[in-house]
Design a protein around this ligand. Structure first.
Ligand code: ADP
Ligand code: ZN
Length: 750
């Protein structure tokens, strides 16, 4: 074909999976023109050398094109598993989170489904001549051949080959011969292997909703019936019966023949919730990281076929390929684990809202401690509603919270202690009454600081500029960021010093250690990501604690979330401090959430609860609000200070992190980038938009790379999208550093 010759034909727009922000167009060869659909993966040639790369077809169009276009090389998927609405959602995520479309679509579709795991090829046979025609052919028909003809003549359409062999005792040689004669045809079809997912008997609790719950349910039902997009914040302390409200709202959706998605922050922490849902609906799909590939594939196809009505899961469940979605609920909407840690760095809660808008359906966000962004939105944005449940189910009183100033404790006891006297006394009383306790220590390990008292040398990770954490098991010290481990040193590595090293700083192991010495006969278990490597381990501890085979659980925030234990009457927070997070604009919010959540575990049944919070900063306003269970005052004050300094929700942020092995390079590149971004902002004359930095990150060195960041700040999301799009298209974000990350709506700034 001559250069520039024009023709008409089908053109495909393809988003490659390699990191490139744009899509490319190709012609569609005649052989596949009829069958190719949007969402299928294809191989296409890119670049001068025509390297073949994988990509998603994102648009098909009949157009006039010129001969410079190259054709698609080949088709990868037999059929598209990306529905049009998911493709649309992918586009929106790609734009909002400044992530290439191909990469975004890859994140949306599970690997297991793309690789067709759990699918096997099943062969079917069918007659293509009638038995009469075959007989009239005059060919010899033996007994085996006749048996095959008899079975196939009676089959509806096709008959599985495996079963044909079993029933007729014919061999594959016989069947092949019949194919050669032109009597029989074999067709191969990909089928799901039935990976059995555990089912559960259904039980319905006997109670009726209380008035506040009924009210909440009625309002959510009205949203469901209106067939409109809306976001409802369901705000109620833990134990106020929110989950019961989701369950019944989901039931309304399901009984109308539609599907519902319930998102939970972390499946391992929500086994009770999942169990509850599974016992209330017969067609629940639970998607979690413990599924095998075959199970994951199966689930996807069952959801896509509409066979599963309720989908519960963590991040990926928001992309469930539901053909008839009617509701999305997000439990504990404020959880930072909803943020994806790789590109696209989406927040599942926000993706749920995008999806709800796309489908025109309600989204319910539940929380006892909503993010202040959501709280603000529920007050100021027209498509938001807010429903408050004030009281706990059965009118349980809120626990009494006491604050202990650990500085006084140090002065009076003349030493650093792990448990204050009040904590020790109330804990002893609780155990004496045969009740249970939870102790929260938000750091793993034994000690997190090893230093030399003589020369002040600190032992830090060789790759990261952070303290190593001593883990007593095995005597090793571990970097919590890069996971590198060393034998814990005992003497100062400084050759001119050689003094004995000191270990300080608390961790869960240390707390466990102290407790075991104080209460030798008490049954204590520790729950953190060191001890809870598997779902089963966690489940066993939860079961044992429920069965009261354990008296005290010590753990990180894992114990603060989602559990409902009726015999816990005492909760202790060992170390409530924002120091470690002081650089983070969400530090106050996190502390409030943590203290409130863990306090909510105390006294859920007939025992009223007590909570002791130990801190060295008792004057912090957040602690005062947490003490009074006063979310609204906390939110009002926090929003006021966010407004004053220009942080979300009053501004939108995107953080750009550069990392490189050489500090000089990363600093220079960050400064140059800052200059270019500044210029772009000026030339676009964007109001209320600025760029802050560049500064070394709080984690200034990580996995052997130095890190610097810049912060983009705009008035709203669309301004941020516009700016990022401009920076991307103009090549402004190209740097000479080994990596550059753009994190839109960051949840942390470390
Ligand atoms: P939340 O999700 O707000 O923490 P849940 O829905 O889990 O609250 O309810 C807490 C506990 O109270 C659960 O064990 C639940 O079965 C029970 N419960 C919920 N609603 C009622 C009700 N109306 N009457 C009695 N018990 C209830
Ligand atoms: Zn490290």
């Amino acid at each position: 074909m001559e250069e520039g010759e024009r023709r008409e034909g089908v053109i495909a727009e393809v988003a490659p999976l390699i990191p490139t922000s744009r899509t490319y167009t190709f012609t569609v060869p005649e052989g596949i023109e009829q069958s190719l659909t949007v969402g299928q993966r294809v191989r296409v040639p890119l670049g001068r050398r025509g390297r073949l790369v994988e990509g998603f077809v994102v648009c098909l169009d009949r157009k006039v094109w010129d001969s410079t276009l190259r054709p698609i090389d080949s088709v990868i998927d037999a059929a598209s598993f990306l529905t049009l609405d998911l493709l649309e959602l992918g586009r929106e995520i790609a734009v909002h989170y400044a992530c290439p479309l191909g990469r975004t679509l890859k994140a949306i579709t599970p690997e297991a489904v793309r690789r067709e795991r759990g699918l096997k090829t099943v062969r079917y046979a069918r007659l293509i001549q009638t038995p009469d025609e075959i007989r009239d052919s005059g060919k010899r028909i033996g007994k085996k051949r006749q048996a095959v003809i008899d079975v196939l003549a009676n089959a509806v359409e096709t008959f599985p080959v495996e079963r044909l062999f079993e029933q007729t005792k014919a061999s594959s040689v016989v069947l092949r011969a019949m194919v050669r004669e032109g009597w029989v045809e074999i067709v191969a079809r990909k089928q799901i292997v039935d990976a059995k997912l555990p089912g559960q008997p259904l039980v319905e609790p006997g109670f009726a909703l209380n008035e506040e719950q009924r009210n909440a349910l009625e309002r959510i039902n009205a949203e469901i019936d209106s067939n409109r997009f809306s976001v409802t914040l369901l705000f109620g302390v833990s134990g106020s019966g929110k989950t019961e409200v989701y369950i019944r709202a989901i039931r309304r959706v399901v009984s109308a023949g539609r599907q519902a998605i319930l998102l939970v922050p972390e499946i391992v922490l929500t086994t009770q919730l999942v169990g509850r849902l599974a016992s209330r609906f017969s067609d629940v799909a639970v998607s979690h990281s413990g599924l095998t590939d075959a199970q994951r594939s199966l689930l996807w196809h069952q959801v896509a076929a509409g066979d599963k009505k309720v989908i519960i899961g963590t991040r990926s469940a928001v992309f469930a390929p539901c053909p008839a979605l009617g509701l999305i609920c997000v439990d504990e909407e404020q959880e930072t684990s909803y943020k994806n840690l790789q590109a696209p760095r989406f927040n599942v809660r926000d993706v749920a809202i995008m999806r709800g808008k796309q489908h025109g359906i309600p989204v319910v966000l539940g929380s006892a401690t909503p993010s202040v962004e959501t709280w603000y939105n529920s007050e100021h944005r027209s498509h938001y509603r807010r429903i408050v449940i004030h009281r706990r189910v059965k009118d349980l009183p809120m626990p009494d919270v006491y604050i202990v100033d650990m500085r006084d404790e140090f002065i009076e006891q003349k030493r650093v202690v792990v448990l204050s006297r009040l904590m020790e006394r109330l804990l002893a009383e609780t155990l004496h009454r045969g009740e249970q306790a939870l102790l929260l220590m938000n750091r793993r390990g034994f000690a997190n600081r090893i230093y030399c008292p003589a020369c002040r040398t600190r032992i830090i990770c060789p790759n990261c500029n952070v303290n190593l954490v001593v883990h007593t098991a095995g005597g090793q010290s571990i970097c919590h960021y890069c996971r590198s481990r060393i034998e814990t040193p005992t003497v100062c590595p400084n050759v001119t010093c050689g003094e004995k090293l000191i270990q300080t700083g608390l961790g869960t192991q240390r707390v466990e250690d102290v407790l075991t010495k104080l209460f030798p006969r008490v049954r204590i278990e520790r729950v953190d990501s060191d001890t809870m490597r598997h779902r089963e381990q966690y489940q066993r501890i939860v079961d044992d604690f429920e069965a009261r085979k354990i008296d005290v659980l010590v753990g990180t925030q894992m114990i603060a979330k989602g559990l409902d234990f009726p015999f816990v009457s005492f909760v202790g927070v060992i170390h409530a401090d924002t120091c470690a997070l002081a650089s983070d604009f969400r530090a106050q919010e996190r502390l409030f959430q943590l203290v409130t959540q863990v306090a909510g575990r105390a006294g859920r049944a007939d025992t009223s609860g007590k909570v002791v919070v130990q801190t060295t900063t008792p004057a912090l306003p957040v602690l005062k609000h947490a003490l009074g269970h006063d979310y609204e005052s906390f939110a009002t004050e926090e929003l006021r200070s966010r407004q004053r300094v220009g942080l979300p929700p009053f501004r939108r942020l995107a953080r750009i992190v550069l990392a490189h092995p050489r500090e000089e390079t990363v600093r220079r590149e960050a400064e140059a980038l800052y200059g270019r971004v500044r210029e772009a902002i000026d030339s676009l004359s964007l109001a209320h938009t600025d760029v802050l930095g560049p500064t070394p990150c709080v984690l200034s060195r990580l996995r052997g790379k130095y890190r610097y960041d810049l912060l983009l700040r705009t008035l709203n999301a669309s301004a941020l999208r516009g700016l990022l799009c401009n920076l991307e298209e103009s090549g402004t974000l190209r740097t000479k550093t080994e990596s550059i990350i753009v994190d839109v709506d960051p949840v942390t700034l470390t």
